[in-house]
Design a protein around this ligand. Structure first.
Ligand code: NI
Length: 257
């Protein structure tokens, strides 16, 4: 095993890393991690993501507001995201999208700020990272309506169908698979891993959430991304090195790194 992995989505600013964040980050490279994209989920976590990225070369940041907190969004917040995005380590807008499972913000408010932040990605010519939970149709509808020349990004912790994945790819997106692909009952995610070509896939942990097998239930960490890669390798009947190599290439192609 010579390849290192890129974790395309991890929240190392999360309070669950408060006790050992620095140690964990310093050990990432030795644990087989080449790079991490740390997205923001609101104003404070976006600021925290940028601070981490400025401090550690292995970390890149995205700034944006998760649908859960879209009720707290306003034009001032958008201006702060604009300012934060001036950092060279900010490579995307995110995570943004719709979440109809928790409905923490009103759906109309979620939609409004999803659209506004897609327009911010367009204005700044950055890829955007999409969170979609139980809102596949509306997410696709908004992305299609807001589509522009140069649209690109990631469907993070992808949970919809193979057919929808193909549509998102046509819009300029990569499909990122996380811990759930390792769960026995995750038939759809496994089917996506099988059917979607490797040159359109990324891997992630969504740390500290969605821990893959065999650590399900524990705090997730970026180095567990190897279990996601191993499951995809197993499903596609290819080597884990091949999964690492190709998903790294995809990530670097998307973000011009
Ligand atoms: Ni996330």
């Amino acid at each position: 095993m010579k390849s290192k992995f890129i974790d395309s989505h991890a929240h190392l600013d999360d309070e669950r890393f408060n006790e050992d964040r620095e140690k964990l980050i310093n050990e990432l490279s030795g644990n087989g991690i080449e790079m991490i994209l740390n997205p923001g989920a609101d104003l404070n976590t976006s600021k925290a993501a940028v601070s981490l990225a400025e401090k550690y070369s292995i970390i890149y940041a995205a700034v944006g507001c998760h649908p859960h907190d879209s009720k707290y969004m306003n034009d001032e917040t958008m201006n702060i995201f604009r300012e934060l995005a001036k950092s060279k380590k900010v490579i995307a807008i995110g995570e943004i999208g719709l979440d109809y499972f928790y409905d923490n913000s009103d759906r109309i408010v979620q939609s409004k700020w999803f659209r506004e932040q897609i327009r911010l990605a367009k204005e700044l010519d950055l890829p955007y990272i999409v969170h979609d939970r139980d809102a596949h149709e509306d997410v696709f509808k908004i992305m299609k309506e807001e589509h522009y020349d140069g649209t690109r990004g990631i469907l993070h912790c992808y949970s919809s169908s193979v057919e929808m994945a193909r549509e998102f790819i046509k819009l300029g997106f990569y499909i990122s698979l996380g811990g759930p692909v390792t769960f026995k009952k995750a038939k759809t995610a496994k089917l996506v891993a099988k059917e979607i070509p490797l040159d359109k896939l990324l891997i992630e942990t969504d740390s500290p959430y969605l821990t893959p097998e065999p650590f399900r239930g524990k705090r997730n960490e970026p180095n567990y991304v190897k279990y996601v890669a191993a499951e995809i390798a197993n499903i596609k009947n290819i080597s884990v090195d091949m999964v690492a190599e190709k998903t790294n290439e995809n990530f670097k192609r998307l973000f011009c790194l």
